[in-house]
Design a protein. Sequence first.
Length: 378
Amino acid sequence: MATCSMRFRVFALITVLVWSGAAVFAQDLAGTWQGTLSTPEAQIRIVLKITRAADGSLDGQLFSIDQGAQPRTMSAISLDGRVVKWKVDALSATYEGTLAPDGNTMNGALTQTAAPLPLNLVRATPQTAWTIPEPPPPPTPMNAAADPGIEVATVKLILEQTRGRGIGWRGTTMNVTNYTVMNAITFAYDVHERQVTGGPAWISTDRFEMVIKPDIPGQPNGRQIRRLMQRVLAERFQLAFHNEKRELSVYAITQPAGTSHKMTAAGPGSNLPTLRYPRAGLLPARNATMTELAQSLQTAVMDRPVINQTTIDGRFDFTLDWMPDETQFASFGTPNVPDTGKPNIYEAFKEQLGLRLDATRAPADIVVIDKIEKPSDN
């Protein structure tokens, strides 16, 4: 009987050690993790490389290996029980999942838009790890002093309803997607639709795709991209206009006296700022000036012009996350955004940026269209 009891105690001790070892292993997230993110557009392979610092904290990088494999820094990596959480601020992405008892899988969801997307990850071994390609070299910038002309520009009327709108740079060309002439004018001359008057109705309804190749090599900066759009409007749409000054209702960005803003100074980055909206009410801005923030808000979000009245110089990284109201994002259609409990944009400016956004009146430039024509066939 004593021998049986001893065997039981030994077995119980081994069991405790085995489970204790599994728990210790489960608590160590360090290593390489990989999984596939399924989006409506594509299957995207994700790799995480997590390391543990000497002080016990966790650091990590995320690689989207089907999208250029540019490393993105992970932050706030935590494991509470078996609940795993981490963020990638550069992508405005958050993850929450559950670590398996053996510590080799985590199942959860990545949230970057309004709807979380499933992302299940497995711990990779040297034999199973996906190869991470070398990221492409950064593009060569165009001479900042250059005033680019157009070598080739194709303009195509879109006959079918198309979702999404934007301007991007691909290779040696500027690609404009789903733009009306009104969109092009407001972008090219940094004005709100309320600052444009005259012209036929089609300038706000007909939508175009444009592919523009400048006559100077290199990736243009923001000013040069606007200059290229101005040239397309003049050469392909025969736009002629004059300016007038009028007092309008506007939104003004200001910094309260005696306060400090909450934005992070941008480090060395790309030639172009990034101000894109993954969803209505979320702006992960990178390498952006206050004037570019104002331009972005008046182009995509607000129902009247936005002006920068701060004296803040430099480029910054920040994320503005708010619950949009029915007056915002009107040019994209009424956003279908569930109530997330986020603050409105005015409170978000105070809490997240340390700035103010207020409705006021101020003199503004008005673009008065004298002539505009539909473009000829390419």
